[in-house]
Design a protein around this ligand. Structure first.
Ligand code: OAD
Ligand code: ZN
Length: 254
């Protein structure tokens, strides 16, 4: 069922809220829409990155082999935008859920690091993160600091380092994806927030939870290929959708 902003489907929302309130096992999948309220652009959509750039030119191993500086410049710009951005209410709601539930798993496709900065302790980053560089020779990770030189070099062996992200055509971090799939398999409630649901295998997590009988709640202003798998779709932005689902953010206890 889709619930528009101000729509009359209070009963459906009430039922899902009640289910969530007694759930012990909850999993959430987030995408770029969750960071939109922090001022970071999404990929698809009218103002998205992929309107102006082609993913093949910036987010593939081939693009990096062809023009590493061009690729680094794009990631450096995104790094600086993320560093200047603050987590928003959606990040905070999800951090709060983790603190409240015995079994909560946050899985993100975002590379901006905002979930961790909002207090989420355990985040499965399926597409890596742009807060670090990764040595092309020894694999060592270095935290990037504002104004870092391009391309950055490994602090251990001095070789060139690449962005610590997953590009199209590359494998996801295996352990993180396995943990994500396990969490979505056992979840009683699965939240799918701010993702277009077109990039696999991340999107398969929403379908997996639905197939295992979870209550799946999608929060997205637009319908997506995951909408048919959702028990309830809140056609709202991530902050107000989580607010509708979880109630107001109260200050943490203590
Ligand atoms: P997309 O840009 O594909 O989708 C963003 C989704 O967020 C869309 O469905 C929007 O309708 C929705 N949205 C926009 N504003 C929102 C808001 N304020 N609140 C909630 N939802 C909102 O981003 P992802 O699904 O994250 O991969 O993209 C998946 C992957 O494709 C990314 O990780 C990236 C990209 O290419 C790589 O770079 C490998
Ligand atoms: Zn190295």
């Amino acid at each position: 069922m889709s619930v528009p902003v101000g729509g009359g489907a209070e009963a459906a929302l009430g039922a899902v809220r009640a289910r969530l309130a007694r759930a012990r096992r909850v999993a959430a999948l987030t995408g770029a829409g969750v960071s939109a309220a922090s001022g970071l652009p999404t990929f698809r959509g009218a103002l998205g990155f992929w309107r102006e750039h082609r993913a093949e030119d910036l987010a593939t191993p081939q693009a990096y082999a062809r023009d590493p500086l061009l690729v680094w410049e794009w990631y450096a710009a995104r790094f600086h935008a993320a560093a200047a951005a603050a987590p928003n209410g959606a990040h905070l709601h999800l951090a709060r859920l983790e603190a409240q539930l015995p079994d909560f798993t946050l899985v993100t496709q975002n590379v901006d690091g905002l979930h961790a900065r909002s207090g989420s302790r355990r985040v499965l980053e399926l597409h890596g993160n742009l807060t670090k560089s990764r040595c092309e020779r020894c694999g060592h990770l270095d935290a990037l600091a504002p104004g870092f030189a391009l391309p950055p070099c490994c602090s251990r062996c001095g070789s060139r380092a690449r962005p610590n992200v997953v590009w199209f055509g590359e494998h996801l971090p295996e352990r993180a994806f396995e943990a994500a799939a396990a969490a979505f398999s056992r979840a009683e409630v699965a939240l799918v927030i701010g993702t277009s649901g077109v990039v696999e295998p991340a999107a398969s997590l929403g379908r997996l939870a639905a197939q295992r009988g979870a209550v799946v709640v999608e929060i997205n202003p637009e319908p997506t290929p995951l909408t048919p798998y959702a028990t309830l779709s809140l056609r709202q932005d991530a902050v107000s959708g989580l607010h509708a689902l979880l109630g107001p953010l109260t200050p943490p206890p203590g």
